[in-house]
Design a protein around this ligand. Structure first.
Ligand code: SAH
Length: 353
């Protein structure tokens, strides 16, 4: 493809579109040299908006109870071998205090869909964090809720919401989830969240069972319609106590290639190099940043619960303290010439209100 490859990348940037054939070529056919060209182009695109800086999100995994039974997820309710935990409001606030001291200006509260955390409790936690840290953004990642609940979270001060759509194709969605969950509802939640005024993040697992290039193409079309502020992608990694225990892991290389494609199509989007990517490849997060990602999400959960929030096997950083994770990631970013900044890291075009 040589010269033609670069032309096609330019074309993608100019039109904001990619063909299914070219996407397939990038995921399955490109040469090592073309891969380098793709990463370099995506990296330069990211630097035009963000420079050589990386935003931090402190992840607080506050409950591993879940009422859902997603076939891929290690904390699905059907997994009876999980030792379940919930963090108290005080524990969550302690994580935020520690995070703020370390320079974090965004806290992501993630958990299973745990009915114990009623809307009142979530709103109370959000308010308490915003009161203690008014300069920080609060992101929720707690699954599918009613419109009214999302509105209440927003009114309580939550700034952002992460809800990976997992796959835009509804047949594929049904292969990854039990019957009571639907792709249509999940996508509707994202539209609702956006309408309410959240900065929203959608996303997928790369290499999830039965996924085809056609599905990823549909994911891109969905993202172009939704125009999310953030896109979270990571490789699918099998968990031994799930129905997908024998399925093949997604590849770090394909994930990184897709990060680069997303950067070219969505030049200003917030794009994390995820923990799953760092699990699939020890240098995955660095490679992700060098292919256009601009966010990392170190773990701020208390160390005694970290090995209980296992969505997939082999998860990294489960034995570390927040301060260690923080120092390690900062050093990793510096080694590749990037600097972690103490900034909320809102989407460049976003204005609340
Ligand atoms: N309950 C929340 C949070 C889910 S966990 C919600 O519904 O949004 C966050 C993300 O981890 C999921 O959206 C999924 O994309 C990812 N994940 C879950 N299991 C995984 C696995 N086995 N491999 C890789 N990623 C996984």
């Amino acid at each position: 493809m040589d010269g033609a490859f670069e032309e096609r990348l330019k074309d993608m940037q100019v039109t904001g579109k990619i063909t299914k054939d070219f996407l397939d070529y990038i995921l399955h056919g490109m040469s090592a040299e073309e891969r380098e060209t793709l990463y370099k182009t995506a990296r330069e695109t990211s630097q035009e908006t963000f420079g050589k800086t990386v935003y931090l999100r402190g992840l607080i995994e506050f409950t591993n109870y879940c009422r859902n039974d997603c076939y891929y997820c290690g904390i699905r309710c059907g997994n009876r071998n999980v030792s379940r935990y919930r963090l108290t409001e005080e524990q969550i606030l302690n994580c935020c205090d520690k995070g703020a001291e370390l320079g974090f200006r965004t806290f992501v509260l993630q958990g299973g869909e745990d009915p114990y955390y009623t809307d009142d409790r979530i709103c109370g936690i959000v308010r308490a964090i915003k009161q203690a840290h008014p300069d920080c953004a609060v992101t929720l990642s707690i699954g599918e809720k009613e419109y009214e609940s999302y509105q209440r979270f927003y009114d309580a001060g939550a700034d952002r919401y992460l809800l990976r759509h997992e796959t835009a194709n509804e047949e594929h969605y049904a292969m990854l989830h039990p019957e009571n969950l639907s792709g249509a509802h999940r996508k509707q939640c994202l539209r609702d969240l956006k309408k309410i005024g959240f900065q929203v993040g959608c996303g997928i697992m790369v290499g999830s069972p039965y996924q085809t290039t056609g599905h990823i193409y549909e994911d891109i079309i969905f993202m172009q319609e939704l125009q999310p502020h953030m896109i979270g992608i990571g490789p699918f990694l099998a968990h031994k106590a799930t129905p997908f225990k024998d399925e093949k892991d997604g590849s770090a290389e394909q994930t990184i290639a897709l990060l680069a494609v997303l950067r070219l199509l969505f030049p200003k989007v917030l794009l994390p190099a995820t923990t799953a990517l760092g699990t699939a490849d020890a240098l995955g997060r660095e490679k992700g940043i060098l292919a256009g990602a601009n966010v990392i999400m170190p773990n701020l959960s208390p160390s005694d619960v970290r090995d209980k929030y296992l969505l997939y096997d082999g998860k990294i950083c489960t034995g570390e303290e927040a301060a260690e994770c923080n120092a390690c990631l900062r050093a990793r970013m510096e080694r590749i010439g990037y600097k972690v900044v103490s900034d909320r890291g809102d989407h460049p075009d976003f204005m609340k209100g």
